[in-house]
Design a protein around this ligand. Structure first.
Ligand code: LMR
Length: 421
């Protein structure tokens, strides 16, 4: 059987960095992966994070505690992350009441520290496919790994909703919702449909729905009794304000929505704390208000069982760093500034691209986050890679922070040349 295994395709995002690393062209530019780089092309550690690392090193003894964490991660981490997500991020001027605080007070959140957002999504997919549903809706343009994760973790039916129109470069929220009404609304089976929602900074298009659109979207998926799986990998990178960016979460936990089969939040500190390789994130599952407390206990226990069967327990170091930043007021306020600084630099790159290339859409009000969707066709993307050693993902996504003072001229000259063809 072993010799019948087919060669798997290279990863659509991380695989390109492998190719890039082997490229000998001294002018090569990597605009693929969503890693924030400074103006010198370096992946720098944020001041808040490096201060937390030093504190851990000096006062607690760096990596002296090498024992196992519990299956669902550290208790302090859980408390601090839950407070950050469901208390701080849920008290905002755009909501009349902090419903997240009620969820915490009423112990309705099953929580697990996960291996970043990918880990949270994979555990969700496993859990959902075992107990709730094997049907999921993913936007027609989405992070390439969404399909992979749900496909490899038990999902039988993966559908695309119309999120974005490539021709016009616009969101297609009305079409998205009419698709769902038609297809989900007419499905008479008992198995609910899950739906992936990008909380902000949509990957790959960078285009997010407006708040009014989100209200319509959430109303519709609630009417259709769908199971929301919120992927919040870029909190803070939309507006520069970490708390403000959790609109979709705040909206979804309004008690007028019941979510009979739970609300899933997959969250990551990879981007907003720059803890990429440390794999720090969380999965929370909010049980419905009407369910007896035994439901949450059962969910907790099954989460543990799934995690134990895959990687036993999460790694310790990165989560200790995140935990310290979240629990120390001075570090936390530094972290808020760090995120602000990152968003300012991303904006300055948008401004430069818009100025140099007359790309107006790069500065659209609804454009957020690390990426710009060039809408270059695959042959153009391939030519950029093969002839000029400028690397974008196959779908034409450009990771903005890969552009810096030393490569912007080369990148813009090449894009201009290519657009004239
Ligand atoms: C990306 O989309 O480039 C990032 O989320 C990195 C990854 O894991 O794919």
């Amino acid at each position: 059987l072993l010799n019948q295994i087919e060669l798997a395709p290279p990863d659509k995002i991380l695989g390109l960095t492998e190719t890039f690393n082997n490229d000998q062209n001294p002018n090569k530019v990597n605009l693929t992966v969503g890693i924030y780089k400074d103006n010198f092309g370096k992946v720098t550690t944020f001041p808040s994070i490096s201060k937390a690392q030093k504190l851990i090193d000096r006062e607690l003894g760096l990596n002296k505690n090498l024992s196992y964490l519990p299956i669902k991660g550290g208790k302090d981490y859980a408390e601090n992350v839950k407070n950050f997500l469901y208390d701080e991020s849920c008290s905002s001027s755009d909501t009349t009441k902090n419903y997240g605080k009620d969820l915490l007070d009423n112990n309705r959140i099953s929580f697990a520290q996960t291996l970043s957002g990918t880990g949270a999504l994979a555990i969700s997919a496993k859990f959902l496919s075992l107990f709730i549903s094997k049907k999921v809706w993913i936007p027609n343009f989405s992070w390439a790994n969404h399909m992979n994760i749900f496909n490899k973790n038990g999902f039988k039916s993966i559908y695309n909703y119309s999120y974005y129109d490539l021709k016009s470069g616009q969101l297609t929220v009305d079409k998205w919702l009419s698709d769902l009404r038609e297809r989900v609304g007419q499905d008479k089976s008992d198995e609910p449909h899950c739906i992936i929602l990008h909380a902000c900074c949509h990957n790959p298009t960078g285009l997010d729905p407006t708040k009014d659109d989100w209200d319509k979207i959430i109303n519709t998926i609630n009417e259709l009794r769908m199971v929301p799986v919120i992927d919040m990998a870029y909190q803070g990178l939309e507006s520069g304000d970490l708390l403000k960016d959790a609109y979709v979460l705040r909206k979804c936990i309004d008690p007028k929505y019941v979510w009979d089969n739970g609300l899933f939040l997959c969250q990551s500190f990879a981007k907003n704390m720059g803890l990429y390789g440390e794999r720090v994130g969380s999965l929370s599952i909010v049980s419905p208000a009407h369910s007896p407390s035994t439901v949450k206990l059962a969910v907790d226990s099954q989460l543990k069982r799934i995690i134990r069967s895959i990687y036993s327990s999460p790694p310790g170091y990165g989560s200790r760093v995140a935990n310290l930043v979240l629990s120390d007021p001075a570090l936390k306020s530094q972290w808020f500034k760090d995120v602000h600084g990152m968003v300012n630099r991303l904006q300055s790159i948008r401004d430069k691209l818009s100025y140099n290339l007359e790309w107006d859409t790069v500065n659209d009000e609804q454009q957020h986050g690390m990426f710009y969707f060039t809408r270059f066709s695959l042959p153009v993307v391939q030519e950029l890679r093969d002839k000029y050693s400028i690397y974008l993902t196959d779908d034409g996504r450009l990771s903005l922070s890969g552009v810096n003072d030393s490569d912007i001229e080369y990148v813009c000259d090449t894009f201009r040349k290519i657009e004239q063809l």
